[in-house]
Design a protein around this ligand. Structure first.
Ligand SMILES: *Cc1c(COP(=O)(O)O)cnc(C)c1O
Length: 371
């Protein structure tokens, strides 16, 4: 008996990857983004599923995530996309990882360490988060003069993904153009830039014709984009792979006028039956779904979450299925049951968020399994 668990579909993961790969130019490979505990699906579980699907490259946010993968024996190329403090670069080398060079100053500091650290150079084409500015071509060339760096690639990140705005599409196209210009300039100087990559989930579907070596894919691989509308518009075939499940651990019959939960936030307007589920906000059910804003599926029926969601448990009004509900009944917080579904978009919309935030915040004590 489990209290709360996440089930991910290997079949849907493969389906999404096949779809993504069908949109990529020949020779371009998926570099799978498995940061943030594999977008909630479990970093090690996801890495194992991707390994079976012959994915050769991973990208993560930080050193800790990369080490976790190496310690479990994953041999893939691993790119750390975030900043790593200089005193931890030894670890980057020891675990045979690839560090992102965030600008020329950082490149010089890395060079002084004389560790022959493997790196990809980040180019800022307009996000202004990490990277040496595309316009500063002289600075970029200086990074290539750092003889103690093993420079294996160059990349950038597209930040304008709002499909409802023409301005964003133009901005993204300009980012692609700036990146191409940097590469052309370097190549014309006789520099071998090796692996070049800029696309991620949105740009694979918006600009499929691009001819880079990798596409760093997170969201789309897990079957989601930022909004349901975007998914319907550019990638309706994607299938969200994650389901969140728990179960009924207690049942309470309330008389009209009785209240339940913290701060008496539920008041029975009629005789009611409540089920207690062993999952709470620490497990990643947003507390904003309290008091009827969220729903769960039990026995294929949509039941409202009532009262305030607690840290480890929550209450559901099961009056509609009072005759049938039983202890240990499975409850679906995200996913399908029979013909009914509560999609990750339903949850994200109900609390003014996006699917990957909901997924990334799922709690560490929830079991993860790929089926
Ligand atoms: C997280 C991340 C990605 C993956 O983005 P998705 O939109 O989830 O596909 C790619 N590149 C960088 C730099 C990232 O931080």
């Amino acid at each position: 008996m489990k209290r709360a668990w996440i089930e991910c579909s290997k079949k849907d993961l493969k389906h999404n990857l096949d779809l993504i790969q069908s949109r990529m130019a020949g020779g371009c490979e998926v570099m799978a983004a498995i940061k943030a505990d594999g977008y909630g699906c479990g970093i090690l579980e996801t890495a194992a599923a991707l390994d079976e699907l012959n994915i050769h490259a991973f990208c993560v946010a930080c050193l800790k995530e990369a080490i976790q993968l190496r310690e479990k024996g994953f041999k893939q190329e691993i790119l750390i996309m975030g900043y790593t403090p200089l005193e931890q670069i030894k670890e980057v080398c020891r675990y045979d990882l690839i560090q992102t060079v965030v600008d020329l100053a950082y490149a010089k500091q890395l060079d002084l360490l004389k560790l022959k650290v493997k790196v990809h150079i980040k180019i800022d084409t307009g996000m202004h988060r990490l990277g040496e500015r595309a316009e500063n071509i002289e600075n970029i060339k200086k990074i290539y003069q750092c003889s103690n760096l093993q420079i294996l690639g160059i990349y950038s990140h597209i930040c304008a993904n709002d499909l409802s705005r023409k301005r964003d599409a133009e901005y993204a196209e300009n980012q692609l153009r700036l990146f191409d210009e940097v590469i052309l300039q370097l190549v014309s100087d006789g520099i071998d830039v090796k692996k070049a990559h800029i696309q991620s989930s949105y740009s694979i579907f918006q600009f499929p014709q691009c001819h880079y070596d990798y596409a760093r894919i997170g969201a789309a691989m897990y079957g989601v984009l930022a909004t349901r509308k975007d998914a319907e518009a550019i990638a309706p075939e994607l299938k969200p792979i994650l389901s969140l499940k728990s179960q009924v651990v207690d049942i309470h019959v309330l008389k009209k006028g009785e209240s339940a939960g913290y701060d008496l936030q539920f008041l029975a307007e009629k005789d009611s039956v409540l089920a207690t589920l062993s999952i709470g906000y620490v497990d990643g059910v947003p507390r904003a779904l309290s008091c009827g804003k969220g729903k769960v599926l039990i026995q294929g029926t949509v039941c409202p979450i009532v009262g305030r969601i607690c840290m480890d448990q929550l209450l559901v009004d099961v009056s509609e299925i009072a005759e049938n509900v039983r202890l240990t009944d499975e409850a679906i917080l995200i996913g399908k049951q029979g013909k009914s579904e509560i999609s990750i978009y339903d949850v994200a919309e109900a609390c003014d968020s996006i699917p990957v935030e909901i997924m990334g915040r799922l709690g560490s004590r929830v079991d993860r399994i790929y089926l």
